[in-house]
Design a protein around this ligand. Structure first.
Ligand code: ADP
Ligand code: MG
Length: 224
């Protein structure tokens, strides 16, 4: 069952912080899930939509899976962080809109007692991260030899147990870094949640997709 075989739109939303901030944004354009996505265990919900608008169903995914759903046409549109889009090996979608929600940064961080910079004095660096591609690209760009240690979470621990000299991770307030006696030493990219659209859906469901993009644009860029 591919999304494009259906009437209406399937929108894939990253769970967690993005979902919490996307709910009011979608509500503002008349898309309201029939159950509270933050309370139900259901991973797919029909939504009520503004009168005359095409039907919408919402699917809730791990952030990293949103690009995969778009690439395979399992969703017509998606909401995912720029971090996840940068990390995904491919760009099989359009990215028409910065939604301006779930803002944070991708940074290189080190122990508080570290002198800082891209790498320790030795000139090569071991980096713990779940963002392998982003980290590789960054250290190649600044000309530092980096060995990437792939982790799936709790990156902040790695510099304290000798697993890595640096981490590459998302930072919003810096509280988590501080709580774990780390400091940002380099800024890699600003992150916010983006609307992405499946290329086939853009053609096959042009009217519905354009309407969705226009309605969201109106919310996030009200001056234009
Ligand atoms: P998970 O930990 O399961 O990957 P999160 O909810 O922590 O899920 O992150 C999902 C997305 O939320 C991230 O990919 C990122 O785009 C966004 N995000 C925004 N701010 C933060 C933050 N301070 N920490 C983590 N993720 C954030
Ligand atoms: Mg997290």
């Amino acid at each position: 069952m591919t999304a494009s075989a259906e009437e209406g739109l399937t929108i894939a939303v990253a769970k967690g912080r993005i979902l919490r901030e996307a709910i009011p944004l979608l509500a503002a354009i008349g898309i309201v899930a029939r159950e509270d996505p933050l309370r139900t265990r259901k991973l797919i919900l029909e939504a009520d939509v503004a009168p005359g608008r095409p039907p919408v169903r919402l699917v809730f995914l791990r952030a990293q899976d949103v690009p995969t759903y778009l690439e395979y046409g399992a969703a017509d549109a998606g909401i995912a962080g720029r971090d996840v889009l940068l990390e995904y090996p491919g760009e099989e979608w359009y990215e028409p809109l910065d939604l301006g929600i779930a803002r944070c940064r991708i940074v290189v961080a080190a122990r508080e007692d570290d002198p800082g910079g891209s790498a320790p004095a030795s000139g090569s660096v071991r980096v713990a991260t779940k963002f392998e591609r982003i980290a590789r690209r960054h250290f190649a760009g600044v000309g530092v030899r980096a060995e990437i240690v792939k982790l799936y979470g709790s990156m902040e621990l790695a510099p304290h147990v000798g697993l890595a000299d640096r981490i590459v991770d998302l930072v919003a307030t810096g509280d988590t870094l501080r709580a774990n006696r780390l400091k940002p030493v380099e800024h890699i990219a600003d992150v916010s949640a983006r609307l992405i659209v499946n290329k086939a859906s853009m053609k096959m469901k042009a009217a519905a997709v354009k309407e969705l993009v226009a309605a969201l644009r109106e919310q996030v860029e009200p001056s234009r």
